[in-house]
Design a binder for this molecule. Structure first.
Ligand code: SF4
Length: 343
């Protein structure tokens, strides 16, 4: 059984473990009760031959305390396929746990709170995709991995925020349907002006709320700051950014910021916290927004999930097979969750 922590983030030079650094962010009394839960989870993981996969947006107690593997949704699914653990507890939202189940159908995948959905993924159904195909016959359909298994099963190919441009370019067409995130679609269109992009008007409620004016004010207040943004942000935000890329791309960028450098990370709150904790030499300005869906996952729910072996994630085998094809096509063209784009 593998319990290697695959941490995609920069390691700090201060000698402290991530867990020790996380501990310093909390009052002792709070940490004492958390430490007990962390111990109980780690004991149960061994007993159940289980690992915890944690998305970058998990709170530091989960991310640093109990996660065996951390990363973005597709990176986690890939790692899931490599593990020899029998049980995967997915600390993230439902479509991510589904993707893990698609990539490793023989394992037991548990989600600590089955209500941890995603408003972006839920903005489109398989029936919607079939309708789009009817309306635009012959036009290939690309889906961001932040979609349900049912949607992935209906499209031609998947992409991440890091490789969206590369995936669309690889199709070699002059027209494409891109769903469900309209801002990521607009970003792709801005990078590939020769391609007509038909978009779905979905949006991530976390990234949509940032504004260009907000970032201009950070730049004015913090001389020399570098602004990092996800392509799921509105165009006026991207216009202010020094770097546009995926979560993993941002992490790679921060790794090369010299000590004393300043960055604004335009993302979910816990992501900025987790990266900041591992890059103590860099000053982080954090105009973050919380994802209420991600925050449904707590340490206590992870413990309960392992105690009761609930809630198991199931994907219809036919849907899983077709969805896997869309993911595999993306992987075959290269790129992936660690890719990011600079401007
Ligand atoms: S941050 Fe939250 S709302 Fe946005 S895509 Fe992720 S899970 Fe969905």
């Amino acid at each position: 059984m593998t319990h290697m922590r695959t941490n995609l983030l920069v390691r700090a030079e201060d000698g402290a473990t991530p867990l020790q650094r996380a501990q310093h962010t909390l009052p002792d009394i709070e940490w004492a009760s958390i430490a007990e839960t962390i111990d109980a989870i780690n004991v149960l993981k061994k007993q159940r031959n289980a690992i915890v996969l944690a998305h970058n947006y998990m709170t530091p107690d989960i991310y640093h305390g109990v996660a065996d593997i951390v990363g973005d949704s597709l990176g986690l699914a890939r790692e899931a396929a490599r593990t020899d653990a029998e049980v995967i507890v997915f600390a993230g939202v439902h479509f991510m746990a589904e993707t893990a189940k698609i990539t490793c159908p023989d394992k037991t995948v548990l989600i600590p709170d089955p209500k941890a959905g995603c408003s972006l993924a839920e903005s489109i159904t398989g029936a919607d995709v079939r309708l789009l195909r009817e309306r635009h016959p012959g036009v290939p359909i690309v889906a961001y991995v932040n979609t349900s298994a049912e949607v992935k099963a209906e499209v031609d190919i998947c992409c991440t925020s890091g490789n969206a441009v590369e995936v669309v370019r690889s199709l070699g067409v002059d027209e494409v349907i891109f769903l469900p995130d309209q801002y990521l679609a607009r970003w792709v269109a801005s990078q590939l002006p020769e391609v007509k992009v038909i978009l779905w008007e979905g949006a991530c409620m976390v990234h949509e709320r940032f504004t260009g004016a907000e970032l201009r004010s950070y730049r004015a207040q913090t001389p020399g700051v570098q602004i990092l943004a996800h392509p799921e942000c509105p165009p006026d935000v991207l216009a202010e950014a020094d770097y546009v890329g995926s979560t993993a791309g941002m992490v790679g960028f921060v790794k090369h910021v010299p000590a004393g450098g300043r960055v604004v990370m335009v993302t979910e709150c816990s992501m900025a916290d987790n990266v900041a904790m591992e890059a103590p030499g860099v000053e982080f300005v954090r105009p973050c927004n919380l994802c209420p869906h991600m925050k449904r996952i707590t340490l206590d729910k992870i413990l309960h999930s392992l105690q009761t072996m609930t809630t198991e994630v199931h994907v219809d085998p036919d849907i899983a097979e077709r969805a896997r094809r869309s993911v595999d096509r993306m992987l075959a063209i290269g790129g992936g969750p660690t890719a990011g784009g600079t401007r």
